[in-house]
Design a binder for this molecule. Structure first.
Ligand code: 5GP
Ligand code: MG
Ligand code: MG
Length: 184
């Protein structure tokens, strides 16, 4: 759906569909250069990364590419991620000796991804790198070495292109800041 379909729920448009597609093509060229001739395993983190995985994987000219998925959830009382992560759905692939690229929608505190990278490394992967479409530099609680980043954005709650609020707005083509009246 378009921004105009949920106009009253949005405070500010950050990225249009074409901003995103342009950036994904750029990221894909960088990834292709780094994994030329390799059997790369891309791991999408459900559910937010569904859109970026679908677009990035199709853009990548890597014949050896395989796709797998994980679902994780952060324990914790509030809405903040606690850093204690629970695996809701594990990978089907054996990571031993594999070159792995984690594909994420957004890095906020960085806690989820830093846990995830360590977890995948402990399974014997040859390498584990991260590609995130969005990053909030002002929200970082831990430093995460992210090889491929799409956009640095302000520390505001955003929706669209896979990102939800209460499971809604994932099907928005672009990314926008949610209007405060929606969650208050
Ligand atoms: P972190 O562990 O980096 O704090 O949390 C990352 C996860 O929190 C993301 O994968 C995403 O699911 C969720 N998240 C963080 N910031 C936002 C945001 O602005 N909007 C939405 N919809 N989800 C977010
Ligand atoms: Mg995510
Ligand atoms: Mg969510």
């Amino acid at each position: 759906m378009e921004f105009s379909d949920v106009e009253n729920d949005l405070a500010e448009v950050l990225l249009t569909e074409s901003d995103i597609h342009e950036k994904i093509a750029e990221l894909a060229r960088a990834i292709e250069a780094d994994y030329d001739g390799e059997k790369l395993l891309v791991v999408g983190v459900l559910r937010g990364a569904v859109m970026v995985m679908a677009d990035l994987a199709r853009e990548l000219k890597l014949p050896g590419l395989e796709m797998d998925w994980m679902a994780v959830s952060s324990y914790g009382a509030g809405t903040q991620s606690s850093g204690v992560v629970r695996i809701l759905k594990d990978l089907d692939s054996d990571l031993e000796g594999r070159k792995v690229l984690i594909v994420e929608d957004i890095i906020d505190s960085g806690l989820t991804l830093s846990w995830l990278r360590a977890n995948l490394e402990s399974r014997g992967a040859a390498s584990v790198e991260i590609c995130a479409l969005l990053r909030k530099p002002d929200a970082a609680k831990v430093e995460v070495d992210v090889r491929y980043v799409g956009f640095d954005i302000p520390n505001k709650f955003v929706v669209g292109y896979g990102l939800d609020f209460a499971e809604k707005y994932r099907n928005l083509r672009g990314v926008a800041v949610l209007a405060p009246h929606v969650y208050s």
